[in-house]
Ligand binder design. Structure first.
Ligand code: SAH
Ligand code: SF4
Length: 348
């Protein structure tokens, strides 16, 4: 009979118990747990300190559903785009962005996305399935290896800004963060992790209650319900007033300011009046503003804002005491922008 039990779904304690039941000493279970996560092997045969018969026994009982890398593209600016294959042949993408000594990985949380924001290429794909926490973790491991290879340095930051809505795959996202930051995993600092959400109040409050110390970014993109409703359906059930409450709850519990991500769209949300609406919102929630350059998407009428309007917008925010940065798009020549991981193979 072919095994169906995914060994990576088991906790360390569960693996140890399984080993004791097989008549093996406890420490073997601990070793296997280390192989799975800290050393991130892709097969039982790589667990070289186990005897061959034991590896065979494991293969009879368990499967190991690791992600494998399939394609890598490198942009002129150093940005890497990695295509990765899941055990069921589905593909996901991750990006590594080197910038001023930092190496940031952008990871996916779902195949496709549950939501369909009007400007987002991922939103055009139907949500296929959630990624499990191991699959999210694997992306970080794979991207980290490539960062080391191409820049000589490991990852410094991780952003959950690839495909999918992290807060609609809450448990796996949380578990992946715990593993990434645990000494049994990659031992990275929580402060170097940012979860980006389209704005799901309940999820934001749950994050606040985790008593952890990672960062939260809200994909705002419009500072009034009237405009946000037009581009993000999720705003109808999670309007700005409710989001403000949840974000303040997050700030109170964690002490961390949130980041408002705001894509500037030409003549949609880039006027001085729009900037005033954004300023008003920033007075309700302690926040930084990241102004994002839109990567135009085929079939979307919203277009990237012109640079003179962008510059006037950011100057107006700063003149009013709001800390704002412009995030230039990276890896454009290889379609590697975070949040724009459309699956070209699927569309063609
Ligand atoms: N679902 C989550 C995380 C993934 S999207 C969220 O919406 O926050 C990551 C970011 O990329 C979001 O702010 C999203 O609005 C933005 N984005 C989507 N499409 C983009 C594009 N074509 N150009 C620039 N940013 C884009
Ligand atoms: Fe999904 Fe985020 Fe894209 Fe909206 S912006 S469709 S939530 S990935």
């Amino acid at each position: 009979m072919t095994p169906t039990k995914d060994i990576r779904k088991l906790s360390k304690e569960e693996i140890v118990t399984a080993f004791v039941e097989m008549g093996e000493p406890k420490f073997r279970g601990t070793q296997v747990f280390e192989w799975l996560w800290q050393k991130s092997v892709r097969s039982f045969d790589e667990m070289t300190n186990l005897s061959k018969p034991l590896r065979e026994k494991l293969k009879e009982q368990f499967i190991l559903r690791a992600v494998t890398e399939s394609i890598m593209q490198q942009s002129k600016d150093g940005t890497l785009k990695l295509g990765m294959k899941l055990f069921d042949d589905r593909m996901i993408e991750g990006v590594m962005i080197p910038d001023e000594g930092r190496n940031t990985a952008c990871v996916s949380s779902q195949v496709g996305c549950s939501l369909s924001c009007s400007f987002c290429a991922t939103g055009f794909l139907k949500r296929d399935r959630n990624l499990d926490f191991g699959e999210i973790y694997d992306q970080v491991v794979i991207i980290n290896n490539r960062a080391l290879e191409t820049t000589g340095r490991p990852l410094t930051n991780i952003v959950y800004m690839g495909m999918g809505e992290p807060l609609l795959n809450y448990d796996n996202v949380m578990q992946s963060i715990k593993l990434i930051t645990s000494p049994a995993g990659l031992n990275m600092s929580q402060k170097r992790i940012t979860v980006s959400t389209s704005g799901i109040c309940r999820g934001i409050e749950r994050l606040a209650d985790e008593n952890m110390n990672f960062n939260l970014a809200l994909s705002l993109h419009a500072a009034t319900d009237e405009k946000r409703d037009q581009i993000m359906d999720i705003n109808r059930s999670n309007p700005l007033d409710a989001l403000v409450k949840s974000l303040n709850y997050f700030h109170d519990k964690t002490g961390n300011k949130v980041t408002f991500e705001y894509i500037l769209f030409d003549h949609f949300n880039d006027s001085i009046e729009d900037a005033d609406n954004l300023i008003a919102l920033c007075h309700k929630v302690p926040a930084f503003v990241n102004l994002i350059e839109y990567n135009n998407v085929e079939g979307v009428t919203l277009r990237r804002a012109k640079s003179d309007r962008r510059d006037a917008f950011v100057a107006h925010l700063r003149n009013n005491g709001i800390s704002a940065a412009i995030r230039r798009s990276r890896g454009k020549d290889i379609d590697a922008a975070c949040g724009q991981l459309a699956n070209k193979e699927e569309k063609n």
